[in-house]
Design a protein around this ligand. Structure first.
Ligand code: AOF
Ligand code: ZN
Length: 358
């Protein structure tokens, strides 16, 4: 690792402290280095509050390092912003403090910034180095990047299957596939995403709560169900008011109460319409939990980023619903939790494109 990469690695580490508190904003970390020593560190801590650079420069000035800023290098994992949002532009702050050199992890895809921060710094005569540990910095904010570059949320597909590839029974009889450790992990996954999605069959047959009960209870994703003709009964657990629920349908629109109804345009791909609805609501990631048919639609249209497949290697069931089949998958990780094997996949196609219908 070069020295730039080492400091950028530290920025990424700092940025991760913001996990769970900054969405839909990106996680960002910054480090100020003077004469081979770190004189300030900071990260974006909470949505709507100070950006990483502000906290980093603030720490340096508060510890009496103001005089050294003019001979320092600022490392930051994302391009400093150029716009007046909830806070003033970070690029102006850097210029004001006469910091001569800025090393950036990756460009900010948000249209108000997208290169303008870099241009501003360069125009003021600063030395700017871009794309240090770019891949890691983009991966850190995969949800944010997907949302801004593809105008859709980051899509994670998840299912549990038996050893012979069965996802559930055809009737309302519940098939328990994953073990208690894996169930807990799934709740952690729910806590990490903005939304969870299921199809109406799954809502009806499984009657899932779709809430996060075994992890940080403060983090409840929005629950979404596709129920085109509004056939689901209001007695289902999805409608218990424990977390917000959105019913995507072809019939009605209403935004009152804990259950909201969002009308889909009715034409074309349901997957694309669902993703557009999520985008409009600024929900930048979604965990798709079934059923097999809905999951397969996402796969067939190439509109997925990650798949996490849990296989109970000791269970075999016959005459039941077959699990979806992935396409263009790249296996990245395998984890074993007791009898469950968890395989992580990425979509090999770099940019699954969404085609807006309107
Ligand atoms: C930075 N440093 O630490 C972060 C940045 O709503 P605001 O004003 O907080 O602006 C949010 C946008 O600012 C967000 O979409 C992204 O483009 C950028 N985030 N920029 O210079 C930071 N978190
Ligand atoms: Zn900023």
């Amino acid at each position: 690792m070069t020295i730039h990469e080492q400091y950028m690695q530290r920025c990424i580490e700092l940025a991760r402290n913001g996990a769970g508190s900054v969405a839909p904003n990106p996680m960002v970390g910054a480090v100020l280095v003077h004469d081979g020593k770190i004189i300030g560190e900071g990260w974006h801590q909470r949505y709507g509050e100070a950006h990483a650079e502000v906290n980093c420069i603030g720490q340096a000035t508060q510890s009496g390092q103001t005089g050294n800023l003019q001979q320092s290098t600022l490392y930051v994992s994302l391009e400093p912003c150029a716009h007046f949002g909830k806070t003033p532009p970070c690029s102006d702050l850097i210029i004001k403090h006469k910091i001569p050199k800025v090393v950036i992890g990756c460009r900010d895809p948000f249209e108000e910034v997208n290169g303008k921060g870099i241009e501003k710094l360069k125009a003021a005569g600063l030395e700017v180095i871009v794309d240090v540990l770019k891949e890691e910095c983009v991966e850190l904010n995969k949800r944010f990047f997907t949302f801004h570059q593809q105008q859709r949320p980051y899509v994670i597909l998840k299912w549990a299957q038996t050893k012979n590839g069965i996802i559930g029974f055809k009737s309302a009889e519940r098939l328990r596939i994953s073990n208690e450790f894996t169930n807990r992990l799934v709740h952690q996954w729910r806590s990490e995403e903005a939304a969870i999605l299921v199809g109406s069959n799954t809502a009806l047959l499984d009657n899932p709560q779709l809430s996060n009960r075994y992890w940080d209870a403060a983090k409840q994703p929005v629950r979404l169900v596709v129920d085109r003709q509004l056939k689901l009964s209001s007695s289902l657990k999805l409608f218990n008011g424990e977390a917000a629920t959105i019913v995507l349908n072809n019939v009605q629109q209403s935004n009152e109460g804990a259950v909201q109804y969002e009308q889909l345009s009715g034409n074309g791909s349901v997957v694309q319409q669902v993703l557009q609805a999520l985008h409009q609501r600024k929900l930048n990631s979604v965990l798709v939990e079934g059923g097999a048919e809905l999951l397969q639609h996402f796969i067939n249209e190439g509109l997925w980023d990650e798949a996490r497949i849990i296989t109970n290697e000791e269970l075999i069931v016959t005459d039941a619903v077959k699990a979806p089949l992935l396409q263009n998958e790249l296996q990245t990780e395998i984890q074993q939790l007791g009898s469950d094997k968890i395989c992580w996949y990425k979509n090999k196609l770099q940019n699954p494109i969404i085609h807006p219908t309107s």
